[in-house]
Ligand binder design. Structure first.
Ligand SMILES: C[S@@+](CC[C@H](N)C(=O)[O-])C[C@H]1O[C@@H](n2cnc3c(N)ncnc32)[C@H](O)[C@@H]1O
Length: 379
């Protein structure tokens, strides 16, 4: 854990001070001229802003544009889970850890949903908001280094979209196992980076296939794989978790689902309208996001020129507008329990918490937008 503060314990990074719940106690107590230099002296690369702490460890920008897209992804995950913030059956949790919290949106909503729990979000970048619930805090930590938390401590460790961020998943899940309380859970939510289809509109010749192969290869060169979405279940079991549950979903690449076309199986049995809505948001996220997702990977890990990278990104943006291709990304949500803990009555466990910001105005369902029935997204 990096502790960060200036001599007076304040005025760090635009007015953060030591009473700021955002940074909790974790920032207190060390020399902090260093804060500026190694946490917030961000690196600028090809017009995008990247994290400074552990420079080069993560491929994504930490600028405002990137944060907006992370919050949009949060909305898509809520749509996927019908508004639920998690699926693991929590029973009055006290300590929750969100690793690689990003903008902290999940951690903040969990703190609201479980007022008696203390929720910590960790990240390489201090991009979380300043005003957060009193039971929520953020800390700067590299999850690939030794974890500084007590062992047998967390009721839930949450991992979402850490694809391409973890150098050794087995070591990572072993650490997660050690730090989970007996009877507590680890939950992993990840999506594939390889667009596929159920009807052969994506095949070996498709640009979408090249897209997927390119991201996977860049992850390998970067030393952090993008394939965890299909490995989480096996790896959690290997780490010692039991009763591991895997749920599968599909995110269409755009608004192609219709009464005529839809996905087949492993899609959460969502109606074509729900699939289309997820697709519309996913298209927007990717259209605006591919540069942030890929630019550093292509130019640094892949050694591509900036111009070649931009040409590839333009091709990606073009492809995600094609409604004739019925492509989607696989999504998995996997949770497993650490053996031990108090015996409990599975029948009587409370339902997973639902996001408070996810109720449709007419109360007719959770958070679905009243999109026109024929709206298919970006033209
Ligand atoms: C794709 S974002 C996902 C953010 C968040 N989990 C969510 O789902 O909204 C990945 C996040 O992981 C963070 N990250 C990457 N490598 C990390 C590391 N080694 N230790 C801690 N955080 C890391 C990044 O800074 C980024 O905020």
């Amino acid at each position: 854990m990096e502790e960060i503060v200036d001599e007076e314990g304040e005025d760090i990074q635009a007015g953060i001070n030591d009473n700021d719940s955002t940074y909790g106690g974790s920032l207190i107590g060390c020399d902090t001229a260093t804060l500026a230099s190694y946490i917030t002296d961000y690196r600028y690369e090809n017009g995008r802003r990247y994290h400074a702490y552990r420079d080069g460890e993560y491929w994504g920008p930490n600028d405002e544009h990137s944060s907006d897209l992370q919050d949009l992804a949060h909305h898509i995950y809520l749509l996927t889970l019908d508004g639920k913030l998690h699926l693991a059956p929590l029973d009055s949790p006290h300590n929750i850890l969100d690793i690689g919290t990003g903008t902290g949106i999940w951690a903040i909503e969990m703190a609201d949903a479980y007022p008696s729990a203390h929720v910590i979000g960790t990240d390489l970048s201090p991009i979380q908001p300043l005003f957060v619930p009193p039971n929520c805090g953020f800390e700067i930590e590299d999850c690939n280094l030794e974890w500084s938390y007590p062992k047998n401590h967390f009721d839930l460790i949450h991992i979402r979209e850490l694809f391409g961020c973890v150098s050794d998943w087995d070591e990572f899940f072993t650490a997660a196992f050690e730090h989970t309380k007996p009877g507590g859970y680890v939950e992993v939510i990840e999506h594939s980076v390889c667009p596929v289809s159920d009807d052969d509109t994506v095949n070996e010749e498709s640009f979408f296939t090249l897209w997927g192969k390119t991201v996977v290869e860049m992850g390998e060169r970067f030393g952090k794989s993008f394939t965890i979405w299909e490995e989480s279940k096996e790896r959690l079991e290997k780490a010692g978790f039991v009763d591991v549950v895997e749920k599968k979903y599909k995110w269409p690449m755009n608004g192609w689902p219709s009464p005529e076309y839809r996905t087949h199986g492993d899609d959460g049995e969502k109606s074509w309208q729900r699939l289309r809505e997820i697709g519309v948001w996913n298209q927007l996220r990717l259209y605006d996001g591919v540069e942030g997702f890929m630019l550093r990977l292509l130019t640094v890990a892949g050694g591509w020129s900036y111009d070649d990278a931009q040409a590839f990104l333009a091709r990606m943006r073009e492809e995600i507008k094609d409604l004739k291709i019925h492509a989607y990304l696989g999504v998995t949500i996997v949770y497993g329990r650490k053996p031990g803990g108090k015996p409990r009555d599975e029948e009587k466990l409370p339902q997973p918490a639902t996001s408070s910001g996810f109720v449709s105005p007419d109360g007719s369902g959770v958070g679905w937008s009243p999109l026109p029935v024929d709206y298919q997204g970006l033209p």
